[in-house]
Ligand binder design. Structure first.
Ligand code: NAD
Length: 480
């Protein structure tokens, strides 16, 4: 990409006269391009543009907003192929996955467009005749969104479409690692005819942007997806100004295979979810607890599946796993494996860097990893699967709940009572049993404990962007 990825503020694409930084290609090829950094004046202008546009956008009929948003969704579908290609270059995932992500993002826009038309309030029966009591839902105001690099389009779209569908405007800081696909996502909204200032896109120094935008008087809410430590900082900045925050943070998701499970189905799903996007998925399973009766079969099956994965550049036909996003993740994987094996863990597949160029790491399976290993305590965010055996379901649930995180949990069982027990006792914002059933536009996505608060997706995701206003009217002459 020859042009630096631009900012989009108040309806203008901006890049000249500003600093920029390199966008590395995680596969080890020459840099994918450069990304423009916003100045403090740009950030002020973006927040003011969002605040100025809010009045008009929030008062536009939900029907008209929905028409514009659906047009943006159609443009995104039409442009899915070139956008997916940009994503492969800057993020590394296989082309088919990138395409699926873009098409899925269009679905999110359609959902938010339609759901914005159903943000009903209610009439409350009054204690006196002639009094009308109305609770209505109003857009909360301009939002500052912060989206991560693992799903450049589908993470950003949840913030943009949710905010816009509810009548909010947004300044979104998209990831500097993957700016080009985010620029094209925002271009779909611009080309759909949204008024200037409704969507604003910035890049730059992440900490400088959050420290400047969150306290800005024009911003009324933040929505962040990323790591727990950064979420803590951003949540504190929002709380200091009494601004609402949706925090979608990391997890360390348990995957429990019960004694009566269909083990082949469990292996297939475990391998698919664990190694997708090179394990860089906040809701990916990352601790596998398998009943001792199925343990050997599960480990053998997962090792076979891990060894069958074709690693490489996402453009190469047949590649099923790309590189990690940055060299920091590669170093983290090496640290997890060294620490686990030092503590007695047994390496059953992978465990090393793949090749000498790019951030490739082998799909890795470990067994006998003790609970105090770093891998069992910290979110791995990479292609490593530690597998442990259990004899009692209660002890597996206890281990699953032992960490301060609670984003997603997965389980396999053929028994409805066991499924109900898991659903009740697992401390997790999303639980999926016998299949992968999370992250659709119409279902709530979010965590509990340190995995954050608030939802994206579902009616809950729309509620996050509205506030309740109560009005009581005594009808003229009604009380006389
Ligand atoms: P990181 O914590 O440095 O950054 C994570 C994301 O937050 C990046 O997009 C970054 O630009 C942004 N960020 C960092 N500091 C910020 C600040 N002060 N203000 C605003 N944004 C800021 O970690 P990393 O090495 O880039 O990624 C690895 C970790 O991030 C993982 O361990 C994982 O927990 C987390 N992560 C989570 C998700 C998710 O979907 N929940 C996505 C990507 C990364």
């Amino acid at each position: 990409m020859t042009q630096a990825a631009p900012l989009y503020i108040a309806g203008e694409w901006l890049q000249s006269g500003r600093d920029s930084s390199a966008v590395p290609d995680p596969s080890g090829l020459p840099d994918a391009g450069r990304v423009t950094h916003a100045t403090l004046a740009d950030l002020d202008r973006a927040a003011e543009a969002a605040a100025d546009a809010f009045r008009g956008w929030s008062r536009m009929s939900a029907y008209d907003r929905s028409t514009l948003l659906r047009r943006a969704a159609d443009l995104l579908r039409d442009r899915a192929d070139p956008i997916a290609r940009l994503m492969v270059r800057e993020q590394g995932k296989p082309l088919a996955e990138a395409r699926g992500e873009v098409i899925g993002a269009a679905d999110h826009i359609d959902w938010a467009a339609e759901e914005g038309r159903r943000l009903y309030g209610r009439m409350i029966p009054a204690r006196m005749p002639g009094v009308l009591q109305i609770a209505r839902k109003e857009a909360i105001g301009p939002v500052a969104g912060f989206s991560p690099w693992n799903f450049p389009v589908s993470q950003a779209v949840r913030k943009i479409a949710g905010a816009l569908g509810a009548g909010c405007t947004i300044v979104v800081k998209c990831p500097e690692e993957t700016p080009y696909s985010c620029v094209e996502l925002v271009r779909c909204f611009a080309d759909a005819g949204l008024p200037a200032g409704v969507v604003n896109l910035v890049f730059g120094q992440p900490a400088q942007i959050s420290e400047h935008l969150i306290p800005h008087p024009g911003i009324r809410m933040i929505s962040f997806t990323g790591s727990v430590p950064v979420g803590r900082q951003l949540g504190a900045l929002a709380a200091a100004r009494v601004k609402r925050a949706t925090l979608e943070l990391g997890g360390h998701s348990p995957f429990i295979v019960c004694e009566d499970a269909d083990v082949e189905a469990a292996i297939k799903l475990a391998a698919g979810l664990k190694f997708r996007n090179a394990g860089q998925v906040c809701a990916a399973p990352s601790r596998f607890y398998v009943h001792e009766a199925l343990y050997d079969a599960f480990v053998d099956g997962l090792v076979t599946a891990a060894k069958a994965i074709k690693i490489g550049n996402g453009f190469e036909p047949g590649v099923t796993m790309g590189p990690l996003a940055n060299p920091r993740r590669l170093t983290a994987m090496e640290r997890f494996v060294a620490d686990a094996t030092l503590r007695g863990g047994k390496l059953r597949a992978g465990g090393r860097r793949h090749g000498s160029a790019g951030n490739f790491f082998e799909p890795t399976v470990l067994t006998d990893v003790p609970d105090d290993a770093a891998l069992m305590l910290e979110e791995p965010f990479g292609p490593i699967a530690p597998v442990s055996a259990f004899s009692s379901l209660d002890s597996a649930i206890q281990q699953a709940n032992a960490l301060p995180f609670g984003l997603a949990a997965f389980a396999f069982t053929r028994n409805f009572a066991t499924a109900e027990k898991l659903s009740t006792e697992l401390e997790s914002g999303m639980i999926s049993i016998n299949h992968f059933g999370i992250a659709a536009p119409e279902t709530p996505f979010g965590g509990m404990k340190e995995s954050g608060y608030g939802s994206e997706g579902g009616t809950e995701g729309m509620e996050a962007f509205v506030t309740t206003k109560f009005t009581s009217v005594l009808g003229l002459g009604a009380a006389s």
